[in-house]
Design a binder for this molecule. Structure first.
Ligand SMILES: Nc1ncnc2c1ncn2[C@@H]1O[C@H](COP(=O)(O)OP(=O)(O)OP(=O)(O)O)[C@@H](O)[C@H]1O
Ligand SMILES: [Mg+2]
Length: 609
């Protein structure tokens, strides 16, 4: 869960290593934006000086109407320049922050696709979505508005203080006296703000996850009549989200008025002391008016500094979360320098032992097996490790050196993608995309023509059913294939694998929902295919395996028997058990014969050998 991961902001250099290159690439855009911003600030600083000249001129009767018009025209010109340049910097810098967001999002997505299932078991989709939305927005805000506000605030405060000091140094020192208090207050409030903001993001990811889970399992929810309970749970999480959001709003609500209040104390000081200075003639009225204008200019940057520090902190925290994922490495590093491999003649398992990452207990133990072209069946009770074995053959998890070989080459020395391309895999649960049937079948080779797609569908005994849909192969199958029956989904997943005509075809119990007639058609195709290729078929329906070259029986992660159907009936209790359950009634005679056969001592000896 979210709480397990540390979200400490990383050091600035670490953050810079990550986003620095994007800044470097956009350096001209950023420079132009900052220049526009600086010019805006400069123009703004000139205005009070013009007001000073005008006020002092009016008081001393040294300006006439045409000069006043000139001052007014100058102020207009400055205002116009400010308007144009403000648009420029917003366009340039905020545009940069969007480019940065896009770059990080792309990098994140690219990286996520390189990670393997072990990672996705640890991180929920909700967490990952929050990363790509909330966290990314924080980073974008820090690098866009944050950057602008920081530069603006620093520059404006420095310039305004300088201009004030130019009018009168003592008055300036008095006026900025409350500002350290302002800085400390904003700092404290900003850190509180940050703490609650973190909670808000965690709650948001929880909310997303709950909504996703409920929508994905809507049927289940209805059947178990859990809608009300689910709504109540959603409401609780929502309330917690709002509670923290309100805290954030409350602190923000305090932060800005408190900053404003402290800044107003400065105004009080100026009116009091500055007014006396005007009376005593130490400063002119124009200088006094300009001084107050500068003070107003100073208030925003001082508040902004507090806000910006918070924005940066948020951005850094979010960036740390993103970097944490970016630092994840796939368990299976693609051995790009590894050997490419051609058509496989033999896959050898040598004392293959495997435990899932982070687990002690091995799920496969000491398996020795040679797989050659032809049909290999894998049977075993539920949880015996059949799917685990498939996952290892499909190179989804790391295998120790010296345990799995293709053509006598250790798989760890073979280029990962070249290895995976040897194989097409029909997983146990048919995973389909919410697009058309044709695109689902052609997923592994999108450029495939309709003819091949149809041939694959025929081989999977689904062509006629597809043609019966009004839109045929162009039928949209809905979110994860909900518009299809279970058996149809399985056969489309099978067609997708058959289309690739890979030399190794791995089918993990993927025909369980297919009826006997369709199964017979599919098996006819598979048997023909197995004449030249390796077909590894996990199933607990034994009828298709009668023709298999070999059948491996797994039990609690061990290979307990290997042989053909008739042999296994005689020697493997587990196999016999599965067989008896399935074909009870039809095959009593066969079972009895086998038992008689086994009770014959000569026969027992031959199996033992
Ligand atoms: N991703 C995983 N992480 C950790 N343990 C797992 C994982 N997948 C499976 N297991 C465990 O490994 C063991 C073997 O599971 P596996 O899925 O290989 O069984 P199976 O023979 O395919 O069963 P079934 O016939 O029900 O499909 C089980 O005890 C299971 O709990
Ligand atoms: Mg399984």
């Amino acid at each position: 869960m979210a709480g397990k991961h540390s979200h400490k902001p990383r050091s600035l250099p670490a953050a810079w290593r990550f986003i620095g290159p994007i800044f470097k690439r956009c350096r001209w855009r950023i420079t132009a934006g900052i220049l526009a911003l600086l010019t805006v600030d400069l123009c703004q600083l000139v205005v009070p000086r013009i007001i000073k000249w005008a006020v002092d001129g009016l008081r001393n009767h040294t300006v006439d109407g045409s000069q006043l018009r000139n001052y007014a025209a100058l102020i207009m010109l400055l205002a116009l320049t400010v308007a144009v340049l403000r648009f420029m910097w917003r366009y340039l810098i905020l545009g940069f922050s969007r480019l940065l967001e896009q770059d990080i999002r792309d990098a994140l997505f690219h990286h996520l696709l390189s990670l393997d299932s072990a990672f996705f078991q640890r991180r929920s989709p909700g967490q990952l979505i929050a990363l790509a939305t909330n966290d990314l927005t924080s980073v974008q805000m820090a690098c866009g508005m944050g950057l602008i506000a920081a530069i603006d605030a620093l520059l404006m405060s420095f310039a305004a203080i300088s201009c004030m000091a130019y009018i009168d140094l003592r008055l300036t020192l008095l006026a900025i006296l409350p500002f350290p208090v302002l800085a400390v207050t904003t700092r404290i409030l900003a850190s509180r703000l940050h703490r609650h903001f973190k909670r808000v993001q965690e709650q948001f990811s929880l909310l997303t996850e709950e909504a996703r889970g409920a929508i994905n399992n809507i049927r289940l929810l209805k059947i178990y009549t859990r809608e009300a309970a689910q709504c109540a749970q959603f409401d609780i999480t929502g309330r917690s989200y709002i509670k923290h959001s309100l805290k954030v709003a409350k602190i923000q609500g305090v932060l800005f008025p408190a900053s404003g209040f402290i800044a107003n104390i400065s105004l009080l000081i100026i009116v009091f002391f500055g007014g006396r200075m005007v009376i005593s003639g130490t400063i002119s009225i124009g200088g006094f008016v300009a001084f107050i204008s500068y003070l107003f200019m100073l208030t925003w940057p001082m508040m902004a500094l507090g806000w910006v520090s918070n924005l940066f902190q948020r951005g850094l925290t979010s960036l740390a979360r993103i970097q944490e994922v970016m630092d994840e490495r796939p368990l299976l590093q693609p051995v790009t320098a590894g050997r490419k491999i051609g058509r496989p003649d033999i896959i050898s398992l040598r004392h293959l032992t495997f435990a899932y990452p982070g687990q002690e207990r091995p799920r496969l133990k000491d398996i020795n097996l040679d797989i050659r072209p032809g049909l290999l069946g894998i049977v075993g009770r539920t949880g015996s490790g059949k799917s685990t074995l498939c996952a290892l053959l499909a190179r989804l998890y790391p295998v120790e050196q010296g345990q799995l070989f293709i053509n006598k080459l250790d798989v760890n020395d073979i280029d990962l993608n070249s290895c995976r391309r040897l194989l097409s895999f029909v997983p146990q649960s048919a995973a389909l995309f919410s697009t058309t049937i044709a695109r689902n079948i052609a997923f592994g080779a999108p450029e495939t023509g309709r003819k091949e797609i149809e041939a694959a569908a025929r081989a999977a005994a689904i062509h006629h059913e597809i043609m019966a849909f009004p839109k045929g192969y162009e039928t949209e199958i809905g979110e994860r294939g909900v518009l299809l029956s279970g058996g149809q989904q399985q056969r489309i997943a099978l067609a997708r694998a058959l289309l690739l005509r890979a030399p190794i075809l791995l089918i993990d119990d993927a025909l369980a929902a297919v009826d006997a007639e369709a199964e017979a058609m599919i098996m006819a195709h598979i048997m023909a295919y197995a004449e030249e290729n390796m077909v590894i078929m996990v199933t607990n329906r034994l009828s298709p395996l009668r023709q298999a070259r070999q059948i491996a029986v797994l039990d609690k992660g061990r290979l307990t028997a290997l042989g053909r159907h008739r042999e296994l009936i005689a020697v493997s209790e587990i196999y016999r058990g599965i067989y008896a359950h399935q074909e009870f009634g039809n095959n009593k005679a066969e079972l009895k014969n086998s038992a008689d056969h086994l009770s014959n001592p000569a026969c027992r000896r031959s199996y033992a050998a």
